[in-house]
Write a protein that binds this ligand. Structure first.
Ligand SMILES: [Zn+2]
Length: 357
């Protein structure tokens, strides 16, 4: 029996999930260019079903977005027209992920993306002449920093840029439909129609994102699970995308084998994958259960990021004048923060701090 690495708290959920589903494949990005793609003149688009000649296959079609750090995992069955359409879904997915790509310093097509929205700016900056930090500051004079006594965390409350929820679902569905076996493509005719048109929007009821934000930092990869018996009242496939601190699970819609169970589906949720650090208090930051069936844009959606601070450390904080580089010995209050720099773990301040007593 396969296992899912999770903590005791989620073991029951893992058992339930595995009683319905077994892992069909894990999809990771290769480290170098793939060499086994078919010649272009033989290609057929899996999505619009058109052949080479009717459509072109000029562009490299990435299975996971380049914006999530996928450089080499590409397919030979996505035409340029469909590729262009899916690009707009991916934009909405990136907006849903908010500041995550900047925090993770995912390079994407060009550089690490800055993140600027209505109330926040997160940009690459040097600090003490060392490049590679991310500077976070309020935009338009709004208050974004706070301190939450209950969880002993610094908080950053920021607004995402507007996005269409159903396009977020479709961006992930596109990846999933790239990952299914060729022999399953026929059973998903309606799912392809749902993906490439707006005609079936609203027809698939559990059009939800499930999952977690975990205290981890995944390079993009995914897992595809298949239900163990066709009689189970779950959907044939469920797909889980991992990126940064996100685990995002969708159920694949409209498989012909699932028709008999409609609309009384059970939706077993994958438990959060434990990072294996041995920390008994390991917990996901929060659970995601989000109805993303609407094309209506979400505007100014807020997200709160919590950065845990050891209260003992709060007492030890000192100030450094960035110009004179002198250490100012006074307690700094979280409410006074006007900007934050995120730096690498091995970052060293180029000044000597007074010795602790
Ligand atoms: Zn196509």
């Amino acid at each position: 029996m396969e296992e899912i690495r999770t903590t005791p708290m989620f073991q029951g959920q893992a058992d339930l999930f595995l009683s319905d589903y077994e892992c069909e494949k894990t999809i990771v990005c290769p480290d170098e260019k793939m060499k086994t793609l078919s010649i272009k003149s033989l290609r057929v688009c899996r999505f619009c079903k058109k052949k080479f000649g009717e459509v072109t296959f000029q562009k490299e079609a990435h299975i996971f977005p380049v914006a999530l750090g996928n450089e080499f995992l590409i397919s030979n069955f996505e035409c340029d027209t469909c590729n262009h359409k899916f690009g707009s879904y991916e934009n909405d997915l990136c907006r849903y992920l908010g500041i995550e790509r900047t925090f993770n310093r995912t390079p994407g097509r060009k550089n690490i993306p800055n993140f600027i929205s209505d109330n926040i700016r997160a940009t690459k900056e040097s600090i003490f002449d060392q490049p590679g930090a991310i500077k976070i500051e309020p935009n338009n004079g709004q208050v974004i920093f706070g301190y939450d006594e209950a969880t002993q965390s610094r908080t950053i409350t920021y607004k995402k840029r507007p996005y269409s929820p159903i396009n977020v679902y479709k961006a992930i569905l596109k990846m999933a439909l790239c990952c299914i076996d060729k022999s399953d493509v026929k059973s998903y005719d309606l799912a392809f129609k749902f993906l490439t048109t707006t005609e079936l929007d609203g027809k698939f009821k559990p059009c939800y994102l499930f999952g977690y934000r975990v205290p981890g930092n995944y390079d993009v990869f995914a897992t595809l699970y298949r239900k163990r018996h066709s009689s189970l009242k779950t959907m044939t496939h469920t797909f889980i995308l991992y990126y940064g601190s996100f685990m995002l699970q969708i159920f694949l819609p409209f498989n012909t084998d699932d028709r008999n169970h409609y609309p009384h589906f059970q939706l077993p949720i994958m438990p959060p994958l434990f990072d294996g650090s041995g920390d008994e208090k390991w917990m996901p930051h929060y659970t995601i259960q989000d109805d993303v069936s609407s094309p209506e844009k979400r505007i100014d959606e807020e997200e709160v990021i919590r950065i845990k601070v050891d209260p003992e450390h709060l007492d030890k904080i000192v100030g450094i004048d960035p110009i004179t580089r002198e250490v100012v010995n006074r307690r700094a209050f979280p409410s006074e923060v006007s900007g934050l720099y995120l730096v690498d773990k091995d970052f060293k301040l180029p000044i000597s701090l007074p010795k602790a007593d």
